[in-house]
Design a protein around this ligand. Structure first.
Ligand SMILES: [Zn+2]
Length: 162
């Protein structure tokens, strides 16, 4: 689809009213379940990034009704693809460079997460030894359960959601 066609498409269904601007380099996480955007934002540590991040909540989606989106403008070299694995299975990621989509990484749960999520166990060695890497191992690929490598505490996706 050309840029012009895309514009027409957007005007027609009115789904892009909230314009956040075109990204030159960065990534867009789309089709996030409505309400999950903020949690993914925190899980991925995007709050710690020194770059432009936009969270769009309850955007209109033909397929999902409502969805959340996250747009991040940053040098993409600083992310490895594992980074995206922890996002919803339903979500899609577009990696953008020079204003073009250069990759759509498949969202599979990585076997191991390093410094992506943090152990919530206050007695875990990572709580006291701050320089240790936060490493989580995928112990149940079906349920998507991750356990801390050090204390085996399971990371609960819902733990921070109230
Ligand atoms: Zn732990």
């Amino acid at each position: 689809m050309s840029e012009k066609e895309k514009k027409n498409e957007q005007n027609k269904d009115g789904g892009y009213k909230l314009h956040v601007g075109k990204i030159e380099e960065g990534f867009v996480i789309d089709h996030i379940h409505a309400g999950r955007g903020m949690q993914i934002y925190h899980d991925l540590g995007l709050d710690k990034l020194d770059c432009c991040v936009a969270i769009i909540r309850n955007a209109f989606s033909v397929k999902m009704g409502k969805k959340d989106m996250i747009k991040v403008e940053c040098p993409i070299d600083q992310f490895d693809m594992d980074f995206f694995g922890f996002v919803d299975h339903t979500a899609t990621v577009d990696v953008i460079k020079d204003g073009e989509i250069i990759a759509k990484p498949k969202l599979e749960l990585p076997k191991q997460l390093k410094n992506v999520i943090h152990c919530h166990n206050p007695r875990c060695i990572t709580s006291t030894e701050q320089q240790l890497d936060q490493i989580f191992i995928l112990t149940d690929p079906v349920k998507g359960t991750y356990r801390c490598k050090y204390c085996e505490t399971a990371y609960k996706q819902d733990a921070d959601r109230k």
